[in-house]
Design a binder for this molecule. Sequence first.
Ligand SMILES: [Ca+2]
Ligand SMILES: [Zn+2]
Ligand SMILES: [Zn+2]
Length: 145
Amino acid sequence: MNNLAFFYALYDIDGKKVPPELVTKIGDVFESILEEDFNTADITIGSHSMDHGDGNPFDGQGGTLAHAFAPTNGRFHYDADENWATEPITGYYDLYTIALHEIGHLLGLHHSSVEGAIMYPSIASGVRKELHGDDVQGIRALYNL
Ligand SMILES: [Ca+2]
Ligand SMILES: [Zn+2]
Ligand SMILES: [Zn+2]
């Protein structure tokens, strides 16, 4: 994972394309830390419901929001049965915040006990978080940055 690159897969939630600006925004967060090359596909993002063929079926509304596979698999899925929004809105989960969390897992980060950290294991609806010092420190330690 020395030359970590992101793939800007356009995912769709309930048949609606998520605005590319959101995907760009996610990429920008990590670019500033990892200086990755954007020309190669390493991470793919999708939205799936219940059993979707990867051995980790989703559970409908509630429970699991998303999952990601450890390096170097690079797959990250949203549970399509949750309420998603591109903004932090009460009753909806923020696509951006959950993406940062799941991409953290893709990079090899484990959960953090720091409540403000992206890698804290749970999140409420309507909440947006950014990378916390604790997350950045974790990434730097993993990649010797
Ligand atoms: Ca669920
Ligand atoms: Zn999946
Ligand atoms: Zn997690």
